[in-house]
Design a protein around this ligand. Structure first.
Ligand code: ZN
Length: 284
């Protein structure tokens, strides 16, 4: 098993930029103690497959890439540790609880359902199991991301973070948007609260200029990672990006489709533009 989180920094000779990307949902190393009641191939339908590869070039631009190796169905770094579904835990959950709208469809901190329907477990999880997932996976992921953001903020007087995801081509009856075709890309800054609006607009304008349908703060506005790390008043900026899976993969087979090379190139071109933005805005 790999470490729960991998941090890839720019190579020697590449100037550091205060720019950090993270891919919290592309991992698929299932810990042995997960013991799901359904096959891993079904669990993997919830993975943001290949997102770490689509953004894998960013260290060449001077940016850092932080990625999870564990699957988001085991524990989701993009949820608060208070988002525990208490009826899925055996006995009383002793820590504070603050559920999100996603928990009702089994998509809280610890997933209990796939696509809001199929149950992942045929048992309740123990308090110790949930705490272990938080302490051994969620916390190291957040600590690694926080350390990179803090290090670069201290060195440059500001830091820019892009939280990278992919989404199914269509929602379903359990998702907030319903069973509709989604935009090519959805950008989220929690209605302008987690980053400088110019950062969001730079990404939007670039993608729209390449002919893509780009939505902003529609359905996927950003969740825990941008909420926690985006504080524009402190010159800490976090933007969430969702790439539509139809632009690069066969969703059922979890394999790359014919559009993958073109989409990978567009994302690389966008990231070069985002790096230029950061180069101009950093204080030092
Ligand atoms: Zn995701």
């Amino acid at each position: 098993m790999s470490e729960p989180v991998i941090v890839v920094r720019p190579g020697a000779g590449t100037p550091d930029l205060p720019l950090v990307y993270d891919s919290p949902h592309s991992g698929f190393e299932f810990p042995e103690d997960m013991k799901p009641a359904i096959p891993f191939e079904i669990l993997r339908q919830n993975e943001d497959a290949f997102v770490d590869a689509l953004f894998g070039h960013v260290p060449v631009l001077g940016a850092v890439l932080v990625k999870a190796t564990f699957p988001r169905t085991y524990i989701d770094p993009n949820r608060s540790t208070a988002d525990v579904q208490v009826d899925a835990v055996d006995g009383d959950w002793p820590d504070p609880v603050n559920n999100s709208i996603k928990t009702k469809r089994g998509a809280g901190l610890i997933y209990t359902k796939i696509h809001g329907e199929e149950s992942i477990y045929d048992r309740k999880l123990t308090v110790d199991e949930v705490r272990h997932r938080i302490d051994a996976y969620w916390r190291p992921y957040h600590a690694a991301l926080q350390a990179e953001l803090d290090r670069l903020h201290a060195a440059h007087g500001g830091v820019w973070h892009i939280d990278c995801h992919s989404m199914p081509a269509k929602g379903n009856i359990h998702t907030e948007d319903g069973p509709v075709e989604r935009a090519d890309f959805i950008l989220g800054d929690r209605d302008g609260t987690t980053c400088d609006g110019a950062f969001t607009e730079t990404a939007r304008a670039f993608l729209a200029g390449r002919g893509y349908d780009v939505a902003v703060n529609v359905t996927m506005k950003g969740v825990e990672l941008v909420r926690k790390h985006g504080r524009p008043a402190e010159n800490r900026h976090s933007l969430q990006i969702e790439v539509n899976r139809r632009l690069y993969m066969h969703e059922k087979a979890i394999s790359k489709n014919d559009l993958y090379p073109e989409t990978a190139q567009v994302i690389a071109d966008m990231n070069a533009v985002m790096a230029d933005f950061v180069r101009q805005r950093r204080a030092v």
